[in-house]
Design a protein around this ligand. Sequence first.
Ligand code: AMP
Length: 446
Amino acid sequence: MWIVNHAADRVVLVNGSLLPLLAPLLPHLPTVEHVVVTGPGDRSLLDGAAPRVHEYEELIAGRPTAYDWPELDERTAAAMCYTSGTTGDPKGVVYSHRSIYLHSMQVNMTESMGLTDKDTSLVVVPQFHVNAWGLPHATFMSGINMLMPDRFLQPAPLAEMIEREKPTHAAAVPTIWQGLLAEVTAHPRDLSSMRQVTIGGAACPPSLMEAYDRLGVRLCHAWGMTETSPLGTMAHPPHGLTAEEEWPYRVTQGRFPAGVEARLVGPGGEHLPWDGESAGELEVRGTWIAGAYYNGVDGEPLRPEDKFSADGWLKTGDVGVISPDGYLTLTDRAKDVIKSGGEWISSVELENALMAHPAVAEAAVVAVPDEKWGERPLATVVLKEGATADYETLRAFLADEGGIAKWQLPERWAIVPAVPKTSVGKFDKKVIRRQYAEGELDVTQL
Ligand code: AMP
C-alpha cells in the first residue's frame, strides 16, 4: 500500500487469486483508477470498488497487433521497482529505456548469463523484484522462451515443471534452490537440462553449489541490487581451469562486467586496494546503476548521503574484498556484520559453515546485544526433516570443519521451524532480531 501510494500508481494489474488481498486495500489507494484482472478468481470481491475493473482478456481481444510506438527520449522512465525496505521505507528506483536496453545486452553476453535463442529460461523471480532480474527484457531481446511458474513456486511443482519443460537456464534466490534440493533428494527428478542456473539476491552457500554439482546442475553466483537493475557481478571462473582450480572463483560473488565500475571504500572514506584482503564498503556506478531514488521532497530525485557518495557513486551497504583479478567476495551487509569487542564477525561465513552440516537445512545468524562484547552472534537453525543435532555438535562442527575461529563461535543457539523470509525469499534478519528482543525464541546459551 505504501509503495502504490508513493508511486501514485493509476493502474493495477492483478491475478484473480490475489483479489482477497487487494480488495480491502483499494479504499486506501486513492490514485488507482483502473484494476485489470487476469486468471481465475472471485470478481465479486471488487463490487462497489472505486476504480474501474477490467478483464485483461477482454481488454486485449480484437486489438490490432501493430502499435504506433511514440518517439521517446531513451532516457524517459520505462519501469520502476522498490527496494525491499529492510531499513526504513522502501525506495523507488526508476529504470529508463536506455538502462533497460543496455542491461539486457549485458545479461545476454557470455560473461553474464550467456542466453541465446536456443535457451529456455525459467524465471523463478517475482516481477516486482528488480523486473524479475531484467529477464523478461533480456529474453525478449534474444528471442528466448521464458517460463514463469505463476504462483506454483513450491518445490514439488517446480521440480515437476523443470523435468517436463526442460529449461536450459534458470534464475532464483538461494532459498528456492534450497527447497528444490530437499524435494529432489526425497523424490528424485531429472534437473540436468539446466546447464546454467543464476543464483543471487543473497549469498549462495558453497555446500548448496556442491550439492547441485552432484545433480549435474551448475549454479553460477551473481550479485546485484534493485539499484543495479540488478546485474552487478557474475562468478564465471577464468577460462581453462580444472574443476578444482575453478572452485575458489565460483564461491565468490564474481566479476564486474565492463559497464559496471566498482571501488571499495574504508571506514575513513579512503579507497582500498584490490588485494583480496582489504575489506570495505562496495560502491558502484554505471549505465544501469541508479544515481538517485524516485521522488524525494517536492518531486526532486532523492540522493540520501548514506546511499550516494558526494561524487555520485552508489553506496551498496555491502562489505567485502576484491581480488587482484577483480573477483568480489562479500563478507556481509554492513548492517548485518556482528561487531564483537571491536572485531567483526561475518554472519554469512557462519551461515555458510552451518549449512554445510548434513543435519542443517537452513541457518541464519544475527547480531544480538551482549553486555561484555557489545554484540555476539545468535545462530538460528532449521534442521532437515527427521534430522537431529545438538548445539555442542554444531558448534564443534563450525570450529573443526568450518574453520571458524574460536572467538567467533556463537554461544547463543535456537532451533526454529523456519527462517523468516522477505517477500522475495531472502532471510529476514530484522524479524529474527525482533523475535529475539521480544523473547519469542527458545534460546540456549552454551
Ligand atoms: P535487493 O535490492 O532486495 O535485491 O537487495 C540487494 C542486496 O541483496 C544486496 O545489497 C546484497 O546485500 C544482497 N545480495 C544480492 N546478491 C547477493 C549475493 N550473491 N551474495 C550476497 N548478497 C547478495
